[in-house]
Design a binder for this molecule. Structure first.
Ligand SMILES: Cc1ncc(COP(=O)(O)O)c(C=O)c1O
Length: 541
């Protein structure tokens, strides 16, 4: 008996191609697991059927294609035919969003109450999104009350490949049986990860950088700053207004948020904050949009040359190639290369904090690559471990020569499960062409947000690249007055209607799109509909 599988495609031609290869691969791998040999696997009339149906015209009209193919007999195939959706659809719960009870439903409320009884009241996300999670799949989350949400948060850009990506799960499972925790002793998974990460490092770092493992994004940034200080024997770090590099006592000085610093109980130490080229709210007059770089870099050059500027000899410049928590701010394209030039001229290590922008988020593997800039030190975390905490810095080899043993200490230096997830994630991004997907779909999504913004007076600015898109909410386009309450109201509306979206920005008035790079086009469209409705509701009559 042969089981017939159905592959349904409603994306573009590329999606169909990827879907086919994904379907074949997943079928093959499940066969390998269930029956040791693969016999007689073949595609039936699928492709020819596809070609008779196909044509770009029909694609443009969103024709749904059905491709049939057969798999050989096996006990495992006794199950009813599986409906293979597009590569991306099959990764998620199919019918999201689905609100069966207004969140938080009764079961969620019970768990939330227990949590607040037992856990710190300073926790944040349980208040921003008051529900309890049962499970998650791809770009969707199921709560304990049976509601299904579309996830445009990706665990804050940790789940670039979506929840429980099968390739990542398989890699973690296979490592799980071997070893988890090895301190700094090599394992094959550690070496495999190092080789994989080298294969994607930018410019001169590729194949030549040294890696130092840490645990969180903040740790990585702190290690980067520490390294820059150590090799230059200086202490002042240049950072930017609106920056976020972490909340630990050391790195919190580089983070610009005053409230965080205040709560940390430390004084800001050894950091000089410059304005970021934030076109929508730039503090200095410029002739036209884009001139911010020139103004800023001339200012910085002046500071460096003026013995009375108050800026001491810098140990490093730490910068997010795209500002993240600060409001998804894309600097003009000459900004990072200009900083690179100044850093070279004055021999200041340039640190790129790619904690949130890395691993394909922007449609390039690293946001620094958008402007062909190679940093001296790069901070990497979040999507690196696919949800298992791990981070690292990659830095110029010559910095390594002076480093003493135990320069950075810690028990957790690259958990083996996290590295298995990381290596599998890099492979998956390459194999599934996720960078191209993030570029193409990102452009499409940004256009959709721009269209919504055009017909609304409360979205003052839409900016973004790849799957990092920010919408800045204002009281009106004329006043540009930040509208944090409206932003929170919009977030709540979307949450109650099954779409998870998080804010950011200097004034908490930027909604950001950071869906998994694997999200299906249909989930994207459904999410956009909710967003558009929400904007209308929040705008009012
Ligand atoms: C750009 C950037 N750097 C550093 C961090 C800190 O990472 P972690 O929260 O893992 O310490 C974050 C976290 O959001 C971030 O976005």
């Amino acid at each position: 008996m042969k089981a017939v599988y159905v592959l349904r495609c409603n994306g573009g031609l590329a999606d169909l191609r990827t879907s086919l290869s994904y379907a074949i691969n997943s079928a093959l791998s499940s066969l390998i697991r269930l029956v040791p040999r693969i016999i007689d696997f073949h595609l039936l009339a699928g492709l020819s059927r596809f070609s008779t149906y196909s044509g770009y015209e029909r694609y443009a009209k969103k024709q749904v294609f059905t491709v049939y193919y057969e798999l050989p007999n096996s006990q495992a195939r006794q199950q009813p035919p599986v409906n293979f959706l597009t590569i991306t659809e099959q990764l998620s719960y199919e019918n999201a969003p689905l609100i069966v009870v207004k969140p938080p439903g009764p079961k969620s409320q019970e768990l939330l109450a227990e949590q607040s009884r037992l856990e710190t009241q300073s926790a944040y996300y349980n208040k921003a999104f008051p529900f309890a999670i049962d499970s998650a799949k791809g770009s969707t989350i199921r709560d304990v009350d049976g509601n299904l949400f579309i996830d445009w948060i990706s665990g804050m850009c940790v789940l670039n490949l979506g929840h429980n990506n099968p390739a990542v799960v398989a890699a973690v499972r296979s490592q799980e049986e071997k070893v988890w925790h090895t301190l700094e002793t090599p394992t094959s998974v550690r070496i495999e990860f190092l080789k994989q990460i080298h294969s994607v490092l930018p410019g001169a770092l590729k194949g030549a950088a040294k890696a130092l493992f840490t645990v969180t994004g903040g740790d990585a940034c702190e290690a980067a700053v520490g390294l820059a200080r150590y090799v230059t024997k200086r202490s002042t770090i240049i950072a930017f207004q609106g920056s976020y590099h972490g909340g630990n006592q050391g790195i919190v000085s580089s983070t610009s948020n005053k409230k965080l610093l205040g709560m940390s109980g430390t004084l800001r130490q050894g950091v000089f904050h410059l304005p970021f080229p934030y076109s929508y709210r730039f503090p200095f007059p410029v002739e036209k949009k884009g001139d911010e770089t020139k103004v800023l870099l001339e200012y910085l050059e002046g500071l460096l040359q003026d013995p009375h500027s108050g800026l001491d000899e810098p140990a490093g410049i730490i910068v997010e190639p795209i500002q993240c928590e600060g409001g998804y701010i894309i600097p003009p394209s000459d900004f990072l290369p200009g900083l690179r030039e100044i850093a070279d001229k004055h021999q200041i290590p340039l640190i790129a904090d790619e904690v949130q922008t890395g691993f394909g988020r922007t449609g390039k593997f690293w946001a620094s690559e958008l402007t062909n800039t190679t940093p001296d030190i790069m901070c990497i975390s979040k999507a690196m471990g696919g949800g298992i905490p791990v981070s690292m810095i990659a830095y110029r080899q010559e910095y390594d020569k002076s480093l003493p043993e135990m320069f950075r200490v810690g028990t957790y230096r690259a958990n083996a499960l996290a590295l298995a997830a990381g290596a599998a994630s890099i492979e998956y991004i390459k194999k599934e062409n996720l960078l191209e997907r993030a570029q193409t779909l990102g452009r499409k999504t940004k256009s959709a947000f721009e269209r919504i913004a055009d017909s609304s007076n409360i979205i003052g600015d839409v900016r973004g690249v790849g799957f990092m898109i920010g919408m800045e909410l204002v009281e009106s386009k004329e006043t540009k007055k930040p509208a944090p309450e409206k932003t929170m109201k919009l977030r709540r509306y979307m949450f109650e209607n099954g779409l998870l979206m998080q804010g950011c920005g200097h004034f908490g008035n930027v909604m950001r799109f950071m869906a998994p790079l694997t999200i299906s086009e249909s989930l994207l469209e459904r999410g956009l509909e909710i967003f558009e409705r929400g904007v209308k509701v929040v705008t009012g009559p």
